[in-house]
Design a protein around this ligand. Structure first.
Ligand code: EPZ
Length: 423
């Protein structure tokens, strides 16, 4: 699982047109939401990611019967056969999204037996906000060995203020609330595009959810939800990763299904660097023509619509090769700058101030090196760095790359990149 490596040669001038896959951080929670309805949920535009197969395995452990046709990117999830509420610690540890079955299980069956989730090592990543929200809704939570035993007697509608607009806690509480009698309010909720995609399918299933400003979800519980067919939104994070790959190789690429309306802050930073960004239409499609004298820009990550933390690592690579100095402030995860040391191996001039701030001084070039991917988004950043670097870069830890991207190396090669994967 954790073997293999990616070999990247310097690749100048990526160019051409590239399509996006469905969004990882939408499809995982939407798969979990299928537990809320008894029937056959049909999902289209499903990306063939390692995490999607993990979530498929997790739902099958609960008794769901699932087929996934990778050729048509269509998944059918039959939850009429759901017969359990216990998820093994081994499966829970595989990824953070595992915890997102808790809310649906509590809503449908009134109980859940889950272990603490795994996922990228970006910091402590506690689930206290999830558990406090459940407890507020009347869930009794007991730690039994590696398991959290959760029992609702029954769930009760509540108003809950999230101290931090946690994506996962918002999603979990919302899914617990859609079948809970009464009106639940989630104040200071996350409103990332992937959260809005979850709201869209829940509404299609029959849920009553309103969004009030600023960031309050009002959920009026209903008695039953129906299984539906739904198309997953395109992945804005894959789009950003591809655009940065073109930017650092002095390339020129088009992404016709790029959801630019949810990427404003990120696209503005690329424009400030001097790259030419052209929007195809009012709601989707982007072309980037790189400048050969990029200027360094500073940015801080934050909850949507701020700069996405999941594009911080790739964007750091772009700053390593820009004119001037960039200050990068990671505010979402307390340990999400670990890729700095790998980029320093390639000649990047980066000084870290604690674990939240990195100051990047642009250099004329990076040099290929042997590097280790510490997490999903860092793995993409290191591949991008390898495309720009002189010489050859060998990256291990490709299981992270497989968790977050569907054969991204094939897409990059089709644009002119020189990448070989040795699984
Ligand atoms: C989701 O993670 C995404 N994962 C992450 O993408 C993304 O980076 C993150 O949202 C922020 O946008 C999925 O959707 C599967 P959070 P999540 O709860 O829900 C703290 C990727 O690479 N926190 O918004 O785990 C937490 O530690 C991944 O695709 C608590 O303290 O993010 C973090 O510092 C990485 N207690 C901050 O909040 C809690 O109970 C944001 O976490 C929950 C979160």
């Amino acid at each position: 699982m954790n073997g293999g490596c990616i070999v990247v040669e310097q690749s100048v001038g990526l160019q051409g047109e590239v399509a996006l896959e469905g969004a990882k951080n939408a499809v995982l929670v939407i798969m979990a939401s299928s537990v809320l309805a008894s029937g056959v949920t049909i999902l289209t535009n499903v990306p063939a990611l390692a995490d999607v197969f993990q979530m498929k395995q997790l739902l099958e452990q609960l008794g769901a019967v699932i087929t996934f046709d990778q050729a048509t990117k269509t998944m059918e999830i039959n939850t009429t056969t759901l017969n359990d509420c216990v998820v093994s610690p081994e499966l829970m540890r595989k990824m953070r999204a595992s915890i997102l079955v808790a809310g649906p299980l509590l809503a449908r069956f009134g109980r859940a037996r889950v272990a603490l989730p795994g996922g990228c090592l970006l910091g402590a990543r506690p689930i206290d906000l999830h558990l406090r929200a459940f407890a507020r809704m009347g869930v009794a939570i007991e730690v039994v060995g590696e398991y959290l035993h959760m029992n609702a007697h029954p769930l009760c509608a509540q108003t809950f203020v999230l101290e931090y607009p946690s994506v996962g806690a918002t999603e979990n509480m919302m899914m617990a609330a859609v079948l809970t009698q009464g009106v639940t309010r989630i104040i200071n909720a996350a409103v990332e595009p992937e959260v809005l995609d979850l709201i869209a399918i829940l509404r299609k299933m029959g849920a009553r959810i309103e969004i009030e400003v600023p960031g309050t979800l009002v959920i009026e519980g209903v008695s039953v939800l129906s299984a539906v067919e739904y198309e997953i939104i395109p992945d804005r994070l894959e789009a950003g990763t591809l655009l940065i790959a073109a930017a650092v190789t002095n390339g020129h690429i088009s992404i016709p299904d790029c959801p630019h309306t949810v990427m404003d802050v990120f696209l503005e930073r690329l424009t400030e660097m001097g790259h030419e960004i052209t929007l195809h239409s009012a709601n989707k499609g982007v072309t980037l023509k790189a400048t050969d004298v990029p200027r360094a820009v500073s940015f801080r990550t934050g909850p949507y619509p701020g700069f996405p933390t999941d594009l911080q690592a790739p964007m750091m690579v772009a700053q390593c090769l820009a004119l001037g100095t960039s200050v990068i402030y990671e505010t979402v995860f307390e340990n999400r700058l670990v890729h700095t040391r790998e980029l320093q191996k390639m000649g990047a001039q980066i000084v870290q101030d604690g674990s939240l701030i990195a100051t990047v001084k642009g250099v004329d070039c990076l040099y290929g090196a042997s590097v280790i991917a510490p997490d999903i988004r860092a793995s993409a950043a290191l591949v991008i760095a390898g495309l720009a670097a002189q010489g050859q870069t060998i990256m291990t830890g490709i299981h992270h790359f497989r968790r977050g991207y569907t054969r991204l190396e094939d897409k990059l090669c089709a644009l002119g990149a020189r990448i070989k994967v040795q699984e």
